[in-house]
Unconditional design. Structure first.
Length: 134
C-alpha cells in the first residue's frame, strides 16, 4: 500500500515538472515570436510545438515497447484533434462574433487538399508499403 502512494506522488511530481517545462518552452517561443514578427513568429511557435510532440513520442518509444506503429498512431490522434479543433473553433468563434459567415471555398479546398496529401503520404502510405519494397 505504501509503494502505491509513493508512486502516485512521484508520478504527480514528474507530471507537474513536465507540464511546467512545456509551458516554459512555449512561453519563450512566444516571446521570441513577438520579437521577430509575423511570418517568422508563426514558424517558431509551430516548430516549438512540433518539437515538443516529437520529443514526447520519442520518449515513449524509447521504453523498449515492441510497437513500431505507435508514433504513426499518435500522430493520427494529434492530427484529428488539431484539425477538428481548428475547424470547430473557427466555426464556433466565427458564429459567435459574426452570426452569419461567408466561406471562401477555394481556400478551404486548397487547405483540406494539402492536409489530405500530407496525411496520405506521411501516415497512410507507410502502412501499405512493406519495408522490402523501399
Amino acid at each position: 500500500m505504501g509503494g502505491g502512494i509513493s508512486f502516485s506522488i512521484l508520478f504527480a511530481w514528474l507530471f507537474l515538472v513536465i507540464l511546467f517545462a512545456a509551458f516554459g518552452v512555449v512561453h519563450h517561443a512566444e516571446c521570441l515570436a513577438h520579437k521577430l514578427g509575423e511570418p517568422y513568429g508563426t514558424l517558431i511557435l509551430t516548430l516549438s510545438v512540433i518539437g515538443l510532440e516529437v520529443l514526447m513520442i520519442v520518449t515513449v518509444m524509447l521504453t523498449k515497447s515492441e510497437n513500431p506503429e505507435m508514433a504513426r498512431d499518435t500522430m493520427f490522434g494529434v492530427l484529428m484533434i488539431v484539425v477538428n479543433g481548428l475547424f470547430g473553433g473557427a466555426i464556433i468563434f466565427g458564429a459567435l462574433r459574426h452570426r452569419i459567415q461567408e466561406v471562401n471555398f477555394r481556400s478551404t479546398e486548397t487547405y483540406i487538399g494539402g492536409i489530405i496529401v500530407l496525411v496520405g503520404v506521411g501516415l497512410v502510405l507507410p502502412g501499405f508499403v512493406k519495408a522490402e519494397h523501399l
